[in-house]
Design a protein around this ligand. Structure first.
Ligand SMILES: O=C(CO)[C@H](O)[C@H](O)COP(=O)(O)O
Length: 228
């Protein structure tokens, strides 16, 4: 059975008390912490950099899944590794020399991921899939939390699953954007193994812990296909 991880995105956390927010989701069973790094160029928003990753590293031992929504991410790989990132994800749209960037991440001893915007076809994965540890399918246009899930992305996740299953190595399939208890089961059934969720966890009226448990329940309700 595929193991499904939940990665709360701190983009929607209450940054006045980041440590408490992270501790709450860790208590409720979060698997990874997802960190959205935005540069105001690749996406129309600015968020976190290395200091926040370093602070998170002191707060938690959970794997830090760092999503670089930035141009020329190769400039900062070492700095994020030093700050304590465990996994670095770069956008295919931001990397003309994607193979070199992925090798750079792995050379630092980190897990390497590639992210695809909603309009980017899966065909871009063809030559890079054997070299990555994870694929992140954006299910909203990147830049902001709290957006509505783009329904057509469900089918894209299903097709990405088939591409991954055709290879003989484990690759995480991550979905990011508009993910919550209402669509989590479907996404897991489509083949996702990592669910990133921001607003549905950190902005839940009954708190992040209850929200994360609801999401976990939705994951457990999924009918996950069994693979040999
Ligand atoms: O990458 C992102 C935005 O670009 C966020 O990780 C994503 O939007 C998660 O937030 P939400 O669950 O609120 O949609």
């Amino acid at each position: 059975m595929r193991e499904v991880k939940i990665a709360p995105s701190i983009l929607s956390a209450d940054l006045r008390c980041l440590a408490r927010e992270v501790e709450a989701v860790a208590r409720a069973g979060a698997d990874w912490i997802h960190v959205d790094v935005m540069d105001g160029h690749f996406v129309p928003n600015l968020t976190f950099g290395m200091p926040i990753v370093a602070a998170l590293r002191r707060i938690t031992s959970l794997p830090l899944d760092v999503h670089l929504m930035i141009e020329a991410p190769e400039r900062y790989l070492e700095a994020f590794a030093r700050a304590g990132a465990d996994r670095l994800i770069v956008h295919v749209e931001a990397c003309p020399h994607l193979h070199r960037v992925i090798q750079g991440i792995r050379g630092l001893g980190l897990r390497a991921g590639v992210a695809l915007n909603p309009a980017t076809p899966l065909s871009v994965l063809e030559e890079i899939l054997p070299d990555v540890d994870q694929v992140l399918i954006m299910t909203v246009n990147p830049g902001f939390g709290g957006q509505a899930f783009i329904e057509r992305m469900r089918e894209k996740v299903r097709r990405a699953r088939r591409m991954i299953d055709a290879l003989d190595r484990p690759i995480e399939l991550e979905v990011d954007g508009g993910v919550g208890p209402e669509n989590a089961s479907d996404l897991v059934e489509a083949g996702a193994t990592v669910l990133v969720a921001g607003a549905s966890i950190f902005e839940a009226p009954d708190g992040a812990e209850a929200a994360l448990r609801r999401l976990r329940q939705a994951v457990e309700n999924a009918r996950i296909p069994r693979f040999p």
